[in-house]
Design a protein around this ligand. Sequence first.
Ligand SMILES: *Cc1c(COP(=O)(O)O)cnc(C)c1O
Length: 409
Amino acid sequence: MTALTSSASLSPQRARSAPVAAVRARETIGIVAPTVPAEPQLATLPAVPTLEVDLNAVAANVRTLAATTCGSIMAVVKADGFGHGAVPIAIAAVQAGATSLGVATIDEALALRTAGLDVPLLSWLNPVGADFATAVAHDIDLAVPTLAHLNAVAAAAHSIGRVARVHLHVDTGLHRDGAPRAEWADLSAAARQAERLGVATVAGAMSHLPCADRPGHPSTMAGRAALLDAVSVMRAAGLDPALVHLATTAATQHAPETHFDLSRIGAGLYGIGRGLRAALTLSAPIVSVSEVAAGDAVGYGQTWVASGPTRLGLVPLGYADGIPRVASGIAEVWVQGQRRPIVGTISMDQLVVDIGEVPVEAGTRVTIIGNGDAGEPTVFEWSRWSQTVPHEIMTGLGARITRVYRGLQ
Ligand SMILES: *Cc1c(COP(=O)(O)O)cnc(C)c1O
């Protein structure tokens, strides 16, 4: 598949609800130049730890989720695309039908613009002193959770003679970010005033749910109702937010009432969600093979002691690469078609595997995380072994692991 150069494949519904497209009537959702590295030969993975990302899986996940909603899909590529690489993931998601991108910070948004991604783009988490002028100059939509943010964004837009596109971010029960109910009226009135002054336009109204991953949880419908209240307050102030958005991956899958105009899809892009495909495979060549005798202890703290002669394989990945140290003594890896235990304490840069009778030599590749199709450990298992969520495993995968992309393009 080549880069998408026209909006012909977008449904009218999608095209209508794309945040900036409607305003600036872009003819292309211009992927200017593919920035994904050329497809490698799987047989010739570099002889270092690699994180292979299957962009076809990401595209399939976008299509699966898009089929469940009449709203449009905003692909959330914050935290370097949940550790997968923000730019390649963004390109794949847009090729598959996502009509906008979402990130936390302005820097993340600017990196996407620099890479040539020209689609509508929303940044929702910035301190009041952030560089809003640069964001507005690059057509980045900004979520506004407080009056101070609105004033800062409006002043920045005024200083460069532009109109900022803002999404009023309201709290509807998460009690983490977004404006509390008591501030909705003031925030709306100030936003209307900014519109009159020609420094901002309210493009959206957004909120976020606390328990969308638990189907039927009462906070989901309560949050939906509260967001509708917020929109009423905005309308009463003379605003007309064209994009109301609440649902993330879980709500998109489990709570159709929350869909509104678009879904902000993060986790689902990467395979977290029902019927979705994992995109990443973390593997590394074994550095060396050694043998210890009964009674020999392995690694820092001598936490594991061999009960008999044991062959060990050294894997050059550790907690600095995002392999959780807390999974020492629990986790397994996939060696030549077999599950083998990690023994001893996971170190900063390396871990040791009891390779048993499995025929391996220095250079044999070991899979640490895969999609589970063959039986290899998945990111879900790693999250259980580490008492966390798969999101934390994904986003923790370190920068020194070589990223390799295949599929799509
Ligand atoms: C991370 C994030 C998302 C994406 O949610 P997923 O559950 O990963 O799909 C959406 N909206 C906001 C505000 C977020 O912070």
